[in-house]
Design a protein around this ligand. Structure first.
Ligand SMILES: Cc1cc2nc3c(=O)[nH]c(=O)nc-3n(C[C@H](O)[C@H](O)[C@H](O)COP(=O)(O)OP(=O)(O)OC[C@H]3O[C@@H](n4cnc5c(N)ncnc54)[C@H](O)[C@@H]3O)c2cc1C
Length: 675
């Protein structure tokens, strides 16, 4: 459904010659333009450029607009992505979630949505509770999914118990957070009521909401509406009436139809034909509900009065007491239904999964259907993009916050300009003072004690860092989650470094042309190649650093920055400009360089890095050995980052550390032995 919407949108764009789509026009080279159309197009482009440049601080930062392709490809919208997949003849899918009732449930669900992102949904949608207490949660979830999880989100919005003002608050907030898709519905009756009633100053039917959105928000939102395949079971006149109402909604400006869940594929196919016969051409996305348990299946089908084909009952009823069997056989039945839908000449390439906030059923179904996510969908860039309006075009970030996305987003949220992929433009605006940004260790005191115990010696600390690198420890104060999969490639070397006294808090291995669909290193469009320079960041004592620097300086491929808590910076680089440490080469595109190391950002990050250590120390009692040990460590250690600029040599970055570490051990041995 989204696919056809994309097509119509792009046709509209072409017809209007909107300047954001320069390459679309060149594809369209066969359509002759009159002089007037040409003039209008140029005027349009000129106006667009002028508006853009007015918003730019200087001309240099406006340049990408003219070169364009770099930014354009990274911020492909859902619609553009789906169009691309359709061009490639690929099937796509999306997931529906509902707001949970408790705060803990919400946190769990957000974690799950983040995890399920790896299953490759093109977008997700969040239901709207019919005027109940979780309505506001929908807006909150839309915001989190767009900005933090970085996944394109569609917001359901209903008329139940919603005066116009409330509708507008929800729409305004959605827009503010970059959400561009709304599923406009009349809504179910509120809990406890049988009949649906309009509220004073509210809407009566779904169509009223559609008209309101179009009138007040123009083309900003893509609007989806509900479709009901079981209308095919209505008497002929009633079916005709429903089709006419559906057509009216489409004429009022809808872009897609999501259907109610169904299990009788014959009814669905007949309904699609009937819809098409009524002149409705917008995309239809079938709602697919995985079968998770017998009770859940019976409850959902009876609530929605869904017809269950006898063939489903024949298979599932005999095993109804065995949930595992129900899920296994149910997955096969639903997968067969999906295959049939995709095989029929209905033009349907997208499937919308009702996840019921569960992971397993959807995952099993995707596996059964052999639907493998594209790396490009999951990882358009190596780091998680934020889809709020101001950040959509952000294509470059310093490496320092790689494990602390939330903090980076909050520290930079008031920037009026984000670095946009060019070396010259990555000069960072001020990161501001640390105060007020709420830089906190995620763990509570209790969690911290469980995780990190009560270290009493430097060796205890080094062992924690080392265990983190081998994924034996779930988190460190500088990283809320286990190391990324690429770290496993160098985990042994990192563990060794930590044991030698270099306390690593961030790293990446060198990569020399991994394919962009590589499971570990891949990101960005298909058929590209990924490159990385080896990077290490660590705390170290001044004496160990003194041994390290001469070894580092013997390798002319290494650049480094050293900083202390007070902010004294030392480096062997000859420019304070950025050093791109990750870049990708893709067919027909400019080179994308999304991760950099640079002095200015490192200095801002330094405050946060030391602050996290101080907070860790403060979790222990004031006069405890652990507090003293960690406080001293933060007071005296230096923070260092090292880049090995020869990305062909994956091991070279570690050599100076091994040598310096060995020297240090040799020197300190007599002391350890008491001589
Ligand atoms: C994909 C999907 C997602 C859903 N998500 C939610 C959700 O998040 N929250 C929620 O509360 N509910 C949700 N629902 C349920 C939905 O709100 C109800 O099924 C509702 O009764 C129908 O919504 P509608 O927008 O189609 O209503 P409408 O289009 O208003 O239709 C409702 C009734 O009015 C009649 N009608 C339609 N147009 C006219 C007209 N112009 N004049 C006179 N009569 C008319 C129709 O026959 C129909 O019986 C969802 C349903 C689907 C299929």
């Amino acid at each position: 459904m989204l696919l056809l919407a994309i097509l119509s949108w792009s046709v509209l764009l072409k017809a209007r010659l909107v300047p954001e789509q320069p390459e679309e026009k060149s594809d369209n080279g066969g359509i002759p333009l009159s002089a007037v159309e040409y003039g209008a197009a140029l005027a349009c482009i000129f106006a667009g450029c002028w508006e853009y440049m007015k918003g730019c601080k200087d001309l240099r930062s406006a340049i990408p607009f003219f070169r364009g392709t770099n930014v354009h490809f990274i911020i492909m919208s859902v619609l553009q992505k789906i169009e691309q997949q359709s061009k490639d003849g690929k099937v796509w899918w999306s997931f529906e979630y509902f707001p949970p009732r408790t705060a803990q449930g919400l946190q769990n669900l957000l974690d799950r949505i983040e995890r399920m992102r790896a299953l490759g949904p093109e977008f997700i949608d969040i239901t709207w509770n019919a005027g109940g207490r979780t309505s506001e949660l929908t807006s909150e979830m839309v915001k989190t999914c767009q900005s933090l999880i970085g996944i394109e989100t569609c917001m359901h919005l209903t008329c139940t118990n919603m005066p116009k003002e409330k509708v507008d608050i929800a729409l305004r907030e959605a827009k503010q957070h970059g959400c561009r898709n709304v599923l406009a519905l009349r809504g179910d009756p509120p809990a406890g009521k049988e009949e649906w009633e309009a509220v004073e100053g509210g809407f009566v039917h779904g169509i009223d909401l559609v008209k309101h959105i179009r009138k007040n928000y123009g083309d900003y939102f893509d609007i989806a509406i509900a479709g009901f395949p079981q209308h095919m079971l209505l008497p002929k006149e009633e079916l005709e009436q429903e089709m006419n109402w559906l057509k009216e909604k489409i004429d009022a400006g809808c872009n897609f139809i999501f259907t109610q869940m169904f299990y009788d594929v014959e009814i669905f196919i007949k309904w699609v034909h009937c819809v098409r016969e009524h002149g409705i051409t917008i995309p239809i996305v079938p709602g697919i509900a995985p079968i998770q348990t017998w009770n859940g299946f019976m409850r959902a089908t009876s609530l929605a009065k869904t017809i269950i084909p006898q063939s489903f009952l024949d298979v599932l009823e005999p095993v109804k007491n065995d949930d595992e069997q129900v899920r296994k056989l149910g997955t096969k039945l639903v997968a067969e239904m999906c295959r049939r839908i995709l095989a029929e000449p209905l033009g349907i390439r997208g499937l919308h999964f009702y996840t019921m906030n569960l992971e397993k059923g959807t995952k099993m179904l995707l596996e059964e259907l052999n639907l493998v996510p594209r790396v490009e969908t999951i990882k358009p860039l190596p780091w998680r993009q934020s889809l709020t309006p101001s950040r959509r075009s952000e294509t470059i970030r310093p490496i320092f916050w790689a494990n602390r996305t939330k903090s980076y987003l909050s520290r930079t949220e008031n920037w009026d300009e984000y670095p946009n992929g060019r070396f010259g433009d990555s000069r960072s605006p001020a990161y501001g003072e640390l105060d007020g940004y709420g830089v906190w260790i995620k763990q509570t005191k209790e969690d911290a004690l469980k995780l990190w115990g009560e270290p009493k010696t430097f060796t205890d600390i080094a062992s924690l860092f080392s265990r983190f690198c081998t994924r034996d420890l779930a988190a460190l104060p500088w990283s809320d989650q286990k190391p990324s999969s690429e770290t496993t490639v160098i985990s042994k070397q990192l563990a060794q470094m930590n044991e030698l006294g270099f306390l690593t808090i961030n790293s990446q291995p060198a990569v020399n042309g991994a394919r962009s669909d590589d499971k570990i290193f891949g990101w960005g469009p298909a058929n590209g190649y990924i490159y990385q320079k080896a990077y290490l960041e660590f705390f170290v004592s001044p004496s160990l650093l003194d041994l390290l620097i001469p070894h580092i300086e013997r390798d002319s491929n290494i650049t480094y920055y050293v900083i202390n808590k007070q902010g004294d910076l030392r480096t062997n680089t000859h420019s304070d400009g950025p050093n791109a440490v990750t870049w990708g080469v893709f067919p027909g595109k400019e080179i994308i360089q999304p991760t950099i190391v640079e002095a200015l950002s490192f200095m801002a990050w330094k405050d946060e890095a030391y602050e996290l250590g101080v907070q860790w120390a403060n979790m222990y009692d004031a006069d405890s050995p652990s507090r003293k040990l960690i406080s001293d460590l933060m007071e005296n250690s230096l923070l260092v980052n090292v880049v090995h600029n020869d990305f062909h040599d994956t091991e070279a970055i570690f050599k100076p550390f091994l040598k310096a570490g060995a020297e240090f051990l040799a020197k300190s041995k007599p002391i350890v032995n008491g001589h």
